[in-house]
Design a protein. Structure first.
Length: 306
C-alpha cells in the first residue's frame, strides 16, 4: 500500500507575471494531520485549489492516493472532502435541509440516518432542525465540515477552518480535527496562517512563503524551543565537516558551504562545538544562533508577505 496520500512534484502556478506557487514539493502521508502554513497570500489556497482540480497548474504533477489527478479526477474527488474558505449555506433553511440539499447536488443522496450521523459527528445533532441563520460562526464552520464529511472521505482538506472564530470556536474545530484523525482514521491537510493553531493538532507540516517552500518536517522537531540553527563562520568547512563526522556529529549538520557550516544544536551544545573547532585548529570567526522557527514565522507573517 502506498502511504503517500498526497504527493506534489514541482508544482507551479503563474497568473500572468505573478508566480503564486513556485516549484513546490509536498508529501502528506496516510494518517497525517498535516499543517500547511504560510502568511496570508503565500500560495496556500492556490495550491489547495489545484489539489481539488478547481484550477489547473502551470507546471508540475499532483498525485492523490498514488494516482495522477489529471487522469483520475472524478475517482479521486470522491475520496476527498474539503472546505475552501468560508462555507456558504441557505440561512433560512435548517442544518438538516442544507446538508440534504448539498448531498443531492453532489450525487450521494444521503439517508436521514446518514445526515444525522454526520451532524452528530460535528456536535450539531441537537440543532439539526434550527435555521442556519441562528448559528454562530463556529457552528457554521462545523456544519461546513459536516458537509465535507457526508460522503465519508478518506482525505479531508480544510482551508483556514478557524478564520474569524472566537477562542471557543477555534477550540471546537481543533477538537473535531483531532477526533477525525484519531477516532475516524482520516488523513487531514490543514491550511492556516497561525503557527500555534497547527502546533496543537498537526504531526507534520510545511511552511511556504511567496509560493516557495521554506521548511518541512515533524512538528515536534521543527518547534523544539531548545534547538537552534547555529551558523559557524570558519576558515575551512570541509575539514570541519570531516571532524564532526569523526565525532559522530554529522546528523547535526544542516548545510555547509566554503567558510560556513550550519548546525541544528541544543543551546548547551554550542560552546562544546566551538571548543571542538578551536582545539583542532579550525579558526572560528563568528558563531550566529538564528531565530527560532516560531520567531521566523512571526517575522514573515508580520512583514505582510503576500
Amino acid at each position: 500500500m502506498n502511504d503517500k496520500v498526497i504527493e506534489i512534484k514541482q508544482l507551479t502556478k503563474k497568473f500572468k507575471d505573478l508566480v503564486a506557487v513556485n516549484q513546490l514539493n509536498l508529501n502528506v502521508m496516510r494518517g497525517d494531520v498535516f499543517g500547511f502554513l504560510g502568511p496570508n497570500g503565500a500560495g496556500k489556497s492556490t495550491t489547495i485549489r489545484m489539489m481539488l482540480s478547481l484550477i489547473k497548474p502551470t507546471e508540475g504533477e499532483i498525485y492523490i492516493f498514488g494516482k495522477e489527478l489529471r487522469k483520475h479526477r472524478d475517482e479521486l474527488m470522491r475520496k476527498i472532502g474539503a472546505i475552501v474558505e468560508k462555507p456558504d449555506f441557505y440561512g433560512y433553511l435548517t442544518a438538516y435541509k442544507n446538508i440534504e440539499i448539498f448531498g443531492r447536488l453532489s450525487g450521494c443522496n444521503p439517508s436521514k440516518s446518514e445526515i444525522m450521523e454526520v451532524l452528530e459527528l460535528v456536535g450539531l445533532r441537537d440543532r439539526y432542525n434550527s435555521k442556519v441563520k441562528t448559528f454562530s460562526h463556529g457552528m457554521k464552520q462545523r456544519l461546513g465540515i459536516a458537509q465535507a464529511l457526508l460522503h465519508d472521505p478518506e482525505l479531508i482538506i480544510l482551508d483556514e477552518p478557524t478564520t474569524g472564530l472566537d477562542p471557543q470556536g477555534m477550540k471546537e474545530v481543533r477538537e473535531l480535527i483531532l477526533f477525525l484523525s484519531k477516532e475516524k482514521n482520516k488523513t487531514i491537510l490543514l491550511s492556516s496562517h497561525i503557527l500555534h493553531e497547527v502546533e496543537l493538532v498537526a504531526n507534520r507540516m510545511i511552511i511556504i512563503n511567496h509560493g516557495n517552500e521554506v521548511i518541512e518536517g515533524q512538528v515536534s522537531e521543527l518547534l523544539n524551543a531548545s534547538r537552534l540553527q547555529v551558523t559557524f563562520e570558519i576558515d575551512n568547512a570541509d575539514i570541519a565537516r570531516k571532524l564532526l563526522s569523526r565525532h559522530h556529529l554529522s546528523d547535526k549538520i544542516n548545510s555547509f558551504t566554503e567558510g560556513r557550516i550550519i548546525m541544528l544544536l541544543e543551546r548547551e551544545e554550542i560552546a562544546s562545538i566551538n571548543k571542538l573547532f578551536n582545539d583542532n585548529s579550525i579558526a572560528v570567526s563568528a558563531v550566529v544562533p538564528t531565530r527560532s522557527l516560531e520567531d521566523y514565522f512571526l517575522r514573515i507573517t508580520e512583514g505582510g508577505a503576500k
